[in-house]
Ligand binder design. Structure first.
Ligand code: NAP
Length: 279
C-alpha cells in the first residue's frame, strides 16, 4: 500500500511552529498584520478568505479585512493597495483572486509592494524565485515541497514531471523542484505522448484542473504522486485531478483529496506572513 501523504497533519505542524515563532516576535514587541481584500461576495472566495483569517488568528497574526462591493472600480482598488503599501503597520497584502472582470488582475498584482507580496505572485517575487534569491514563494508549490520533505521523500536527482504550466502552480513548481536539484519536465495541453512523459516520473505533480484525469496508465510503478486538483464530482464528493482508487496501488506515496495539497496552501501563506518580519 502507498504511503498516504497527510497534508492536514503536516500543515498543522507548520502552523504550530509558526505560532511559536509569532509568539517570540510578539515578546520582542513585533506584531504581524495581514491586510485581506475581497472584492464582491463570490461564495468560494468568501470561504477561502474566512479560512485565511482563521489561520491568521490561530498563529497570532492580525488580519485586517477589507470587504469591498462588486462595483468597486480598478482605481479605487489600486488606491487602497497603495495606501496599504505605505502603511507601516501592515506587513502583508492579499487580494483574493479572482477579482471581478472589470478589474485587471495583473495590474492589481503589480501594484502590491514586492515587500508585502505574501501570495508571491508579483513579477519581482517570481524573478527572485527563478534566480534563487530569497523572497516570497508561491504558496501551493512551496507547500508541495514541504509535503515531500516532511514525508522524507528526497527530490535530488529524481525525475520530476509536472503536468500543468499555470503561473500559480506549474511554473513556480518547476523552479522550486529545480532548486531542490530535481530533473524537471513541465507538460501541458500540447505535450505529445503525455502518458509516456508522465511515466518517466519518479515524482509526478498533477495540476491540470480536470477531474480524475490521471489514471494508472500515466504512472510508473512506485512513483510519488502529488494531486493539486480540487473538484466536486457528480455525487458531490471532493476529488482531484488523479483517479485516486486506480493510481494509489501503483504509487509508493500519494496525496489524498481532500487533505493533501489543499491545507498546505494556507499554511505556506502564513509562513510568508511571518517571513515579512524575519531577518
Ligand atoms: P490552470 O490555470 O487551468 O492550468 C491548467 C494547466 O493544465 C494548463 O497549463 C493546461 O495546459 C494544462 N492542461 C489542461 N488540460 C490538459 C491535458 N489534457 N493534458 C495536459 N495538460 C493539460 O489550472 P491551475 O490554476 O494550475 O489549477 C490546476 C488545478 O489545481 C485546479 O483543479 C485547481 O482548482 C487546483 N488548485 C488547487 C490549489 C490548492 O491549494 N489545492 C491551488 C491552486 C490550484 P495549457 O497551458 O497548454 O493550456
Amino acid at each position: 500500500m502507498a504511503q498516504l501523504i497527510d497534508g492536514k497533519l503536516i500543515s498543522q505542524q507548520i502552523k504550530d511552529e509558526l505560532k511559536e515563532e509569532v509568539a517570540q516576535f510578539k515578546a520582542e514587541g513585533i506584531d504581524i498584520c495581514l491586510a485581506v481584500i475581497q472584492v464582491g461576495s463570490d461564495p468560494a472566495s468568501s470561504v477561502y478568505v474566512r479560512n485565511k483569517k482563521k489561520a491568521c488568528a490561530y498563529i497570532g497574526v492580525e488580519s485586517r479585512s477589507y470587504e469591498l462591493p462588486e462595483e468597486t472600480s480598478e482605481e479605487e482598488l489600486i488606491k487602497l493597495v497603495e495606501e496599504l503599501n505605505a502603511d507601516e503597520s501592515v506587513n502583508g497584502i492579499l487580494v483574493q483572486l479572482p477579482v471581478p472582470d472589470h478589474i485587471d488582475e495583473d495590474k492589481i498584482i503589480r501594484t502590491i509592494s514586492p515587500d508585502k507580496d505574501v501570495d508571491g505572485f508579483h513579477p519581482v517575487s517570481v524573478g527572485r524565485l527563478w534566480i534563487g534569491e530569497k523572497g516570497f514563494l508561491s504558496c501551493t508549490p512551496a507547500g508541495i515541497i514541504q509535503l515531500l520533505k516532511r514525508s522524507n521523500i528526497s527530490i535530488e536527482g529524481k525525475e520530476c514531471v509536472i503536468i500543468g504550466r499555470s503561473n500559480i502552480v506549474g511554473k513556480p513548481m518547476a523552479a522550486l523542484l529545480l532548486r531542490e536539484n530535481g530533473t524537471v519536465t513541465v507538460a501541458h495541453s500540447r505535450t505529445k505522448d503525455l502518458k509516456e512523459v508522465a511515466k518517466r516520473a519518479d515524482i509526478l505533480i498533477v495540476a491540470i484542473g480536470k477531474e480524475r484525469f490521471i489514471t494508472s496508465e500515466y504512472i510508473k510503478e512506485g512513483a510519488v504522486v502529488i494531486d493539486v486538483g480540487m473538484h466536486r464530482d457528480e455525487a458531490n464528493h471532493l476529488c482531484g485531478d488523479v483517479d485516486f482508487a486506480d493510481v494509489e496501488p501503483h504509487s509508493s506515496a500519494i496525496t489524498p483529496v481532500p487533505g493533501g495539497v489543499g491545507p498546505m496552501t494556507i499554511a505556506m501563506l502564513m509562513n510568508n506572513c511571518v517571513e515579512t518580519v524575519r531577518k
